[in-house]
Design a protein around this ligand. Structure first.
Ligand SMILES: [Zn+2]
Length: 261
């Protein structure tokens, strides 16, 4: 499905950084060669263990790979993880290919997301990387919580505007869009069991004001949680630019962008 050009993440702050050695993670740099005295501080394993996060929170938290763009790495046990997340899916074919101009598109482990853990009907069914499919399952759970909290109803259907398009990011033509790897999705509206439809375009509201409606509060809170709880690496809304006033762009790039506030 053709999709409108959209803005993406900011380019690296310093383009020359791409050619420098990658920074060493601060934790590793600060660690002495021998283990610290257990009586005076936390053990090395306590320092290196990240806090647990819910399955399906798929954001890439590694700051050392932010300049890497390309198809996502395969996920071990993809099928088993999808099944454990309550996702019913079919294999899809989106082979990794290099175009004559050097652009690489496609992904291993592409799936068609048929149904997730809360029974939301996705329209159309997303073609997704394994990671995106896992994140969509988490999105369902978070969105249902927020819909019940702000709107007193459950979500029955989500309209999405596309996951796949082999292209560069319109505003940052040096970078490939995550849509090139079925690793991003544009979410446009939520239909509720009580018959209401919450479109991003109508209900997100002006970004210089607090949302005035329950629908607006639902959309703002959902966007915040999808970023803050690391469900996606990148969450872009109307706060990012006007190209996102009618949909949320959500993706699993290796860098982070909070476009929700
Ligand atoms: Zn998008």
């Amino acid at each position: 499905m053709p999709e409108r050009a959209e803005a993406g993440p900011p380019p690296p702050a310093d383009a020359a950084a791409a050619t420098r050695p990658r920074p060493v993670p601060p934790d590793a740099a600060a660690m002495p060669p021998s283990a610290p005295d257990a009586s005076t501080g936390p053990t090395s394993s306590a320092l290196s263990s990240p806090p647990p996060r819910p399955p399906g929170s798929m954001a890439d938290l590694d700051p050392t790979n932010d300049l890497v763009t390309g198809p996502p790495d395969p996920i071990p046990d993809c099928e088993a993880r999808l099944e454990a997340a309550g996702v019913r899916s079919d294999p899809a074919s989106l082979p990794v290919r290099r175009r004559p101009n050097g652009d690489v598109c496609g992904v291993e482990q592409a799936v068609t997301y048929r149904e997730g853990p809360t029974g939301i009907r996705w329209s159309p069914h997303p073609v997704a990387s394994c990671g995106l499919a896992l994140a969509l399952a988490r999105l369902e759970a978070v969105a249902q919580e927020e819909a019940e909290r702000f709107l007193g109803s459950r979500i029955t259907r989500i309209e999405q505007g596309g996951t796949t398009a082999c292209r560069r990011i319109a505003r940052f033509p040096g970078m490939m869009s995550e849509h090139s790897f079925a690793n991003g999705i544009d979410v446009r509206s939520f239909k509720l069991a009580d018959g209401r439809t919450v479109t991003v375009q109508r209900w997100f509201g002006p970004t210089d004001e607090e949302p005035a409606t329950p629908e607006g509060r639902f959309l703002r809170s959902l966007a915040h949680r999808l970023y803050d709880e690391d469900v996606f690496s990148v969450v872009l809304t109307a706060f990012w630019d006007r190209l996102h006033d009618d949909h949320f762009h959500l993706d699993l790039a290796r860098y982070r962008v909070d476009g929700t506030r």
